[in-house]
Write a protein that binds this ligand. Sequence first.
Ligand code: MN3
Length: 239
Amino acid sequence: MSLNRRSLLIGSTLLAGAAFTPRFAFAQAPAGPFKLDPLPYANNALEPHIDARTMEIHHDRHHQTYVTNLNNAVKDHSNVAAMPLQDILAKLGQMPEGVRTALRNSGGGHANHAMFWQIMGPGGGEPDGELNGAIQRDFGGLSTLQGRFNDAGGRVFGSGWVFVTVDKDGKLAVETKPNQDTPIMDGKRVLIGNDVWEHAYYLNYQNRRPDYLRAWWNTVNWKAVGERYAAAKAGTLTI
Ligand code: MN3
């Protein structure tokens, strides 16, 4: 290796180290197979429907905690750590008993929130193509789907989620789950879901969950949902 090339490589390594050190120092996340992706838009991108402070706390603290606890749960179980999250969730009954509840709560929390950030975004548009056809076929229209979803989400007692599931034939259905459970635990796939834990809406809406449920539809990114629908039918949708 020439001296110049060697110097260049050392220089690059130092530069890369300098660039990455603050990020690791800030995140303080333990090593593990599961990662928190950054929000795919700015914290304030969903205002006025969801405020920037709620997004920041929800993503950077709540979701990070699920990821941290999930990594902690698998750290002494290398066979589980190597599994895709959707397989862990679909096979909870086969997971090591000592970490099964942690996998359920933190694994479910990671899957639910990763889906949640992905299906929201600014300038959401409206459902089209095959997805729109399925909504017409299974609900008679988007407003009926929204009404059933909001009613179901309003009836969740305590903390939980309301989902639209999609089966491999593309059929849609509304269902709810308590806590951080997900239809993935029943071998199903989630098209969309809304978080009805109070941390998702309390700063702006306090006890007015129905108002949050109605406003939330303004944040749905229908292009992303259409892609999830196509992936579900193709059998490639993971979480
Ligand atoms: Mn949440």
